[in-house]
Design a protein around this ligand. Structure first.
Ligand code: SF4
Length: 324
């Protein structure tokens, strides 16, 4: 059963004095997760730029004048080498991102299915973020060995149209349903620092908490403003907001893997340590996160050693889909 919290209750959690909030979140974290273990994930852009969508934060949207160069879909061999390097760097999860509005039933999709098979055979969890998918396409991905499908809701339902106009919040939820029906685990979270209100942050967590089952994986990103995008002038997210958001997500979504995602380059090791204490289960490592800079594997291993964390091993066997 989902823990059904109201928006007011989630707001109350979010507004708890920070140290008390971290303490409460740490207790929930300890109860539901191995606190000394953090998963290293790697996210690569297998097809970059030229996207027809208008997500205000994204340098890959074709309509914005950014420095991102369009690249066609990578080859399976090239992706396989990236996965080997990520694994050597301690990653147990590999996420493949393509700047598509939706998956089409064509040769490129066949190639992505091959990428999934290849990485799955290396004993890594494979996640994909390819835009909207039908149930049938999600099933094909599952059959190829995909572990998770990422489709972020990004923000609250109320704020969605201020960030994206080329698809609706309902489209987003529809894809998540297709993913779930296909037996894949669900990865869905959002971004803070896009000019949203606290109510929008709460609304986003509220929607995620109502998904039944709740998503197995919830990335919390801090906006990395990129020149040329509509959000280029947004102020950096204070580290305290990230810690507060992660702690609230941990309490609201007790079983989910909360992923400290984009924006880590701006955070000190102390800030990241507070995020781990507050319930972050995972980081994205490697010098790029799709198209924006990110800490390299060796910097993260140094941090793990100082904080006494160990990288989580890949899953063994079938995906652990949460029970409704
Ligand atoms: S976030 Fe994804 S869907 Fe939106 S513009 Fe960027 S690549 Fe396209």
């Amino acid at each position: 059963m989902n823990q059904e919290l109201t928006k007011e209750q989630i707001l109350e959690i979010y507004n708890t004095p920070l140290l008390e909030l971290i303490t409460k979140a740490a207790e929930v974290h300890k109860k539901h997760h191995k606190t000394g273990e953090v998963q290293i994930s790697s996210l690569i852009s297998v097809k970059t730029g030229g996207c027809p969508e208008d997500c205000a934060y994204c340098p890959q949207a074709a309509r914005y004048n950014t420095e991102v160069k369009v690249h066609k879909l990578m080859g399976v061999e090239e992706v396989s080498v990236c996965a080997d390097n990520a694994k050597k760097g301690g990653a147990s999860r590999m996420c493949l991102g393509a700047a598509w509005r939706e998956v089409r039933d064509n040769k490129d999709f066949e190639k992505v299915l091959d990428m999934v098979k290849t990485i799955n055979a290396k004993g890594m969890e494979v996640c994909a973020t390819l835009g909207m998918v039908t149930e049938d396409q999600a099933r094909k991905l599952a059959e190829a060995g995909l572990y998770a499908y990422n489709h972020n809701i990004d923000t609250s339902e109320e704020n969605y149209e201020n960030i994206i106009s080329t698809r609706t919040f309902e489209d987003r939820i529809g894809t998540l349903k297709n993913v779930r029906k296909a037996g894949l685990t669900v990865c869905s979270g959002g971004i803070i620092g896009m000019g949203e209100s606290v109510a929008d942050r709460i609304g986003m967590l509220y929607t995620l908490s109502l998904l039944n089952p709740q998503p197995e994986s919830v990335p919390i990103n801090a906006l990395v403003p990129v020149d040329g995008t509509p959000l280029e002038n947004q102020k950096p997210v204070p580290v305290w907001d990230m810690v507060r958001m992660i702690a609230t997500a941990r309490i609201v979504l007790p079983n989910s893997a909360v992923r400290l995602s984009a924006g880590r380059l701006e955070m000190s090791m102390e800030g990241q340590a507070l995020c781990f204490l507050a319930g972050a289960n995972s980081i994205f490592a490697g010098d790029k996160l799709l198209t924006t800079p990110n800490p390299a594997y060796n910097q993260d291993m140094e941090m793990f050693s100082i904080l006494g964390l160990t990288p989580k091993k890949a899953f063994n066997g079938k995906p652990e889909v949460q029970n409704a």
